[in-house]
Ligand binder design. Sequence first.
Ligand SMILES: Cc1cc2nc3c(=O)[nH]c(=O)nc-3n(C[C@H](O)[C@H](O)[C@H](O)COP(=O)(O)OP(=O)(O)OC[C@H]3O[C@@H](n4cnc5c(N)ncnc54)[C@H](O)[C@@H]3O)c2cc1C
Ligand SMILES: NC(=O)c1ccc[n+]([C@@H]2O[C@H](COP(=O)([O-])OP(=O)(O)OC[C@H]3O[C@@H](n4cnc5c(N)ncnc54)[C@H](O)[C@@H]3O)[C@@H](O)[C@H]2O)c1
Length: 476
Amino acid sequence: MTETLTVDVCVIGAGSGGLSVAAGAAQLGLDVVLFEKGEMGGDCLNYGCVPSKALIAAGDKAHQARTAGLGIGAVEPIVDFAAVMAHVHRTIATIAPVDSQDRFEGLGVRVIRAHARFEDERTVVGGDVRVEARKVVIATGSRAAVPPIPGLENLPYLTNETLFELTEQPRRLIVLGGGPIGVELGQAFQRLGSEVVIVEAGEILGREDPEAVAVVRDQLVADGVDLRDRTRAMRAETSPKRTGVVLIVEGPEGESRIAGSHLLVAVGRSPSTGGLDLDKAGIVHDAKGIRTDKALRTSNRRVHAVGDVAGRGQFTHLAGAHASLFVRRAIFGAPVNADALAVPRVTYCDPELATIGHTEAEARQAHGEDVRVETFHFSENDRAMAEGDTRGLGKLVTTKKGKVLGVTLVGRHAGDHIHVWALSMSAKLKLSAMTGMIAPYPTRGEIGKRLAGMWYTPALFSDRTRKIVSILKHLA
Ligand SMILES: Cc1cc2nc3c(=O)[nH]c(=O)nc-3n(C[C@H](O)[C@H](O)[C@H](O)COP(=O)(O)OP(=O)(O)OC[C@H]3O[C@@H](n4cnc5c(N)ncnc54)[C@H](O)[C@@H]3O)c2cc1C
Ligand SMILES: NC(=O)c1ccc[n+]([C@@H]2O[C@H](COP(=O)([O-])OP(=O)(O)OC[C@H]3O[C@@H](n4cnc5c(N)ncnc54)[C@H](O)[C@@H]3O)[C@@H](O)[C@H]2O)c1
């Protein structure tokens, strides 16, 4: 028998976005229903950020052993793949209680483990429950896009949803797609001892600053990854002995065959809108996701969309930011603007590549001549020298008046050093705030202050300043 609930907020999807909405709304005293058809925690916890970072950490350990240096002898590490995967799953299990049904029920949320869909403009149904809500939030995320490559459908290819279930280490892993997923996981598997080939239709990490990508590329090549840029997959076949896969590709040198024991498809994501019956609720959507305005409202004014499904970027921290915009707008009525968020992104390869705002190329396209770029290399950072790892650089992109348009950092722990720029951009701080900050020495984080300092250097040590100093000297 169907139970009917009337609530304040109905959330569909218990991933990064949906859980943040549900927790926020419930803790503010609202009645909340949360539908989840799969695992609590969604992609990030179960098939995305968490397992991938755990795997990358194991790959990093293997790499450190193999390369050591600074007077420490390198050794070829013994990789116990089953133990590595046990670490991956232990990490998921350790974090899982934060996203669990128990925790959310403890917060007062009614959690329904079922597929949800719209029955009409104001009703959501799932399992044995019909929900009428003042506000509905769609937070159904995204899934790996599978390209229409002839033969692929007949192969046991991997995606992020199946990769972390592997019990045997791939001997030779073909990674289709050189975006963040392909590069992060490709490098991790190579370092764990698999042979990895990355097949990329354009350039790897094509959205990022080419100078920064070159640093990552050099490391991937040094690790032994076989990088095939500007290479398109034309067909896929089972290998002659049926023990693996063969990808027939067209690259700069013409057509060739790449054989592998496994194939990982990582060519982007498709919004999870299937089976929601969005049309019954009058919700406009397309291949990029559900269309939303700057308050994340869909074409049905009762319904909002947050996270990957909103087609505005695919990051856990962005889904979280969307959730907080929803709470501010829909619950407190405050004005919000999802188009104006300063969203950092980090690819957790080694060295890490972190960006916020415009790259240099994007800034030049948007601002023409009104662009200044300062570049500082880790080869001039004392901590990097002490650690014997001077790979990488930072780039600060501003207008000629000093408005920060974007920052790119590539280097060890770059993801931790982009935070200060995320604060600077979200709080719209002046560059002088960065030079006025005392940065502890010696840290890689000093790169932020150095970049800002470089921006002022020409004006500070100019003839005009010298003249002022000379006048002040005589007045003193
Ligand atoms: C390999 C990989 C690595 C990643 N690494 C990072 C990283 O390091 N940092 C980062 O910021 N981002 C990373 N991401 C991206 C990040 O995982 C996503 O941006 C994030 O999970 C999006 O959250 P979400 O809430 O929008 O969707 P999801 O986490 O996908 O959650 C959506 C939930 O909705 C459920 N659902 C769908 N349809 C229905 C329905 N009809 N009824 C009920 N439930 C439904 C799904 O089962 C799912 O649990 C990574 C992604 C991948 C694939
Ligand atoms: N560290 C992180 O924050 C992190 C990590 C992983 C994923 N993510 C999120 O997930 C999203 C999806 O990642 P992704 O790497 O799957 O997608 P992506 O869209 O970022 O990159 C996919 C790559 O595959 C290439 N490609 C597309 N079709 C191809 C084909 N047929 N043959 C060869 N190459 C092809 C594209 O040129 C592109 O470079 C990311 O954009 C990011 O938002 C974030």
